[in-house]
Design a protein around this ligand. Structure first.
Ligand SMILES: [Zn+2]
Length: 310
């Protein structure tokens, strides 16, 4: 009996030693070395995953063995071990693209995203593919929230459920995230989106940044957008690049819809002459976007970024 307790105790000591060894590992990036008052926030993001739950097959001509929820999960896990201040975001079009959606209607997508601990998502046009009621029906499976500031859901089932924005606090850094959706008319059958009203993204963003910066006093403002990166043949159409130019106080726009692959964010000079980052990481869960922000004691921020192949 005593021997057993001793064994257990030794076991415990070894485990404790192992975990403090992990904690002591110098995994901090160079930028924060020797500056203990620097706060580090990691933003991870996906877009247009389109029900791609499995990885691509080994004989796929473009993305062999790439993507898949399980590979994304282990990647995210290892990043969370590096830094506990992580926000995991999705910019919409979670639904549609594989038989998983046709059979289960999005249940699997939401359950798996919940297991990966997604913090927030916005809605893409394909998230209306089973109608607004089909989306609503799957929401009990999502342990994360959805935001959209320019879709007015007042006369729909999503009223008061999909909020315009959400504020997070990660290690003393206040982050405001708002959502923007694409114009649904002409893109989605009205039967599907019903009484959802589309409001102007630029005006909405101005209102959101005012609330998040002045009222909520956020240190970082992120727009989760499904507007699309850029429309060269239709420059008047609102896109992430034009949104960035026409607004101020958005630090980062995480986009979707155009399946644009960027290996690093595009830096746009905004209306106030400051920098707004615009990023998007292709589609189908092949890539995971990663942007690290570092805040000094004055909350002045710098960033570094990379797009990771899953
Ligand atoms: Zn889309």
């Amino acid at each position: 009996m005593q021997k057993k307790i001793k064994m257990k105790r030794r076991d415990f000591i070894q485990k404790t030693a192992a975990s403090s060894a992990i904690l002591a590992l110098p995994s901090l990036p160079l930028m924060s070395f020797g500056k203990p008052d620097i706060k580090h926030l990691t933003i991870l993001h996906t877009n247009d995953v389109h029900s791609h739950i499995d990885s691509f097959p080994a004989d796929d001509s473009r993305n062999p063995n790439q993507g898949g929820v399980s590979r994304r999960a282990s990647l995210i896990d290892s990043i969370r071990k590096e830094n506990s201040n992580v926000l995991l975001l999705d910019a919409g079009d979670i639904f549609q693209g594989t038989p998983y959606f046709n059979y289960y209607g999005g249940e699997l997508e939401f359950k798996l995203m919940s297991m990966l601990n997604y913090d927030l998502a916005t809605m893409g046009n394909h998230d209306f593919d089973n109608g607004i009621d089909g989306f609503y029906a799957q929401l009990p499976h999502a342990k994360f929230d959805f935001v959209s500031a320019n879709y007015d859901f007042k006369n729909t089932v999503l009223n008061e459920i999909v909020k315009p924005y959400k504020v997070f606090n990660k290690g003393g850094i206040k982050i405001g995230v708002f959502g923007l959706g694409i114009e649904l008319e002409g893109l989605v059958d009205k039967k599907m989106y019903k009484e959802t009203v589309y409001n102007d993204p630029v005006e909405t963003a101005e209102e959101m940044t005012r609330i998040l910066k002045i009222e909520e006093k956020c240190d970082l403002i992120i727009c989760l957008s499904h507007l699309g990166y850029n429309y060269r043949n239709d420059p008047d159409k609102i896109s992430d690049l034009t949104l960035a130019k026409k607004t101020k106080d958005i630090d980062l726009i995480i986009g979707g819809h155009t399946h644009t692959f960027l290996d690093k964010p595009t830096i746009v000079t905004n209306k106030a002459g400051a920098q707004t980052l615009v990023n998007q990481v292709g589609a189908y869960g092949i890539n995971l976007g990663r942007i690290d922000f570092y805040f000094d004691h004055n909350k002045k921020k710098t960033h570094e970024s990379r797009t990771i192949i899953v």
